[in-house]
Design a protein around this ligand. Structure first.
Ligand SMILES: Nc1ncnc2c1ncn2[C@@H]1O[C@H](COP(=O)(O)OP(=O)(O)OP(=O)(O)O)[C@@H](O)[C@H]1O
Length: 290
């Protein structure tokens, strides 16, 4: 039996009176590559911090590699790579000193990969000797990614890893992710607002809404099945479509239904006044997170 790498059960997290994670249930299986989507403030970073044990939850349980995150062993921590949304690097160290420091903390460290990435991502000798605080935001983000990849993690958690990167940096990062991370069976959870990046990399997408995973599935299947069916309320009301995401009845007698279950039955699709449109990932994002 395959055991989930991440298991969140009835996970709750509040900040004061604000409920951010609301009894969230989520499983991530070995080798899954999941794009985590949600509006600003939906709780993606909070979810990631909770699943890494960096934030204490208020209720429920979170296990990673079968261990309670509140008491993760060093051995298990060493199997996880994390790129936070805000760079958490030590400003006064140089990139080389930072990487040497992290190398000393991990039982396994891939020098060849780190050196190759430093070379390919513009860290010449000068830059490797410059205090991190004096690097640009994008350079710091690249370094944060290299640091996370150094120990060849089995689980990689990426919180908007490309937000400061220029298009070339994003392309380089995505290539690295596809060629040497995903192809090696690493389990990846990453959040991004750049949907075109996600379409290149993610095999699955999960939408976070109202503190829960509102919808999750293989990206291809979701896109293949996503439709907006609009038509007279008299025709659409009372008919439940497969995979309904949202249903809206306008005051003008028109009902709009968003589904991820493919086209509606032919008799409905061909009914007078009924229009069926395929949806892009952006459309689906807007509809699911509305
Ligand atoms: N330390 C904190 N103290 C109080 N509120 C917090 C804290 N961290 C996050 N929040 C609140 O929790 C909510 C979720 O924040 P979070 O950063 O997890 O969202 P997000 O989905 O990652 O957003 P974005 O897409 O903008 O990065 C927000 O409303 C935020 O204001």
């Amino acid at each position: 039996m395959r055991v989930p790498i991440i298991q969140m059960s009835s996970t709750t997290k509040r900040f004061g009176s604000q409920l951010v994670l609301d009894g969230l249930d989520w499983q991530v299986m070995p080798g899954q590559v999941i794009g985590l989507l949600g509006r600003n403030g939906a709780g993606k970073s909070t979810l990631m911090e909770c699943l890494l044990g960096l934030r204490e939850c208020d209720g429920g349980s979170v296990t990673v590699f079968g261990e309670d995150v509140a008491t993760l062993t060093d051995t298990t921590r060493a199997r996880i790579g994390y790129v936070p949304q805000k760079c958490d690097l030590f400003d006064w160290l140089t990139p080389r000193q930072l990487l040497d420091y992290f190398k000393s903390l991990y039982p396994r460290w891939n020098d060849a990969k780190v050196d190759a990435l430093l070379g390919r991502w513009g860290f010449d000798a000068d830059k490797q000797g410059k205090p991190i605080g004096k690097l640009s935001g994008g350079e710091q983000q690249r370094l944060s990614i290299i640091r996370a990849l150094g120990p060849d993690p089995e689980l990689l958690i990426l919180d908007e890893p490309v937000s400061s990167l220029d298009p070339v940096g994003r392309r380089d990062f995505l290539r690295e992710l596809i060629d040497s991370v995903i192809d090696h069976g690493t389990t990846v959870v990453f959040s991004t607002h750049i949907l075109s990046d996600l379409e290149r990399v993610a095999l699955d997408v999960a939408f976070l809404k109202d503190g829960k995973i509102a919808l999750q599935g293989p990206l291809d299947a979701l896109l293949e099945g996503a439709r907006r069916v609009t038509g007279p309320s008299a025709v659409l009301d009372g008919v439940q479509l497969a995979g309904e995401v949202r249903r809206q009845r306008g005051g003008d007698g028109i009902t709009s239904v968003v589904t991820h279950g493919g086209p509606p039955p032919a008799h409905l699709g061909n009914a007078a006044g009924v229009r069926v449109e395929s949806l892009s990932l952006e459309d689906l994002f807007i509809e699911v997170t509305q």
